[in-house]
Design a protein around this ligand. Sequence first.
Ligand code: NAP
Length: 173
Amino acid sequence: MVLAVPAKAVAPVLDEIAELVVGDIIVDPTNPADEDREVILRAAASLAEAVVLLAPGARVVKAFNTILASRFNDPVVDGVPLDGFYAGDDADAKRVVAGLLAEMGFHPTDGDGSWEFYFMCDEIESTVKEIEGRGGVCGPRADRGWGVVCEIEGPGGRKLALYEPRHPTAHGG
Ligand SMILES: NC(=O)c1ccc[n+]([C@@H]2O[C@H](COP(=O)([O-])OP(=O)(O)OC[C@H]3O[C@@H](n4cnc5c(N)ncnc54)[C@H](OP(=O)(O)O)[C@@H]3O)[C@@H](O)[C@H]2O)c1
């Protein structure tokens, strides 16, 4: 089931249905947008963690909370599927939700394999050659539509991304 209710309704709704959803997957798209700012700032845990506590028998997957409903029928921008983030503790339930996101046309991602920093370069092959010439390690290239990306290993083993853009850039490259 999808818990598509305002955040303030989460607790009363789950109090009513918790016993009925034991073993089921609850997709939680809720954002505490209707909460008082003070309540949000003082909250010790995330709303998804509250859902887990209020429906302890269910398998909770956070998803769709970063996507505007108006995008559900049109999840591709400039030929690139939008990321559909999902998170949870139950691997099987996460797989089901990832499949749902993919069927809708999103690019499902749970954060694994993502990078915090991207370095842009004019031409990826020559840049990779230069990095490898200095002892750096570069992964295989992947064409993501908006650019050709490869993983590089930074100091201390930290993974970074290098990409050659296919999108317009500020410097007109
Ligand atoms: N809309 C978006 O673009 C978007 C994007 C990301 C995340 N979200 C999150 O998704 C959730 C749902 O969003 P929404 O835009 O669909 O919200 P919404 O239109 O305000 O509410 C959805 C439904 O919740 C029901 N509801 C309200 N209070 C209730 C209560 N006390 N008990 C039982 N049902 C209640 C209402 O049903 P009735 O009409 O039958 O009263 C309403 O149809 C929210 O938590 C929001 O933060 C929304």
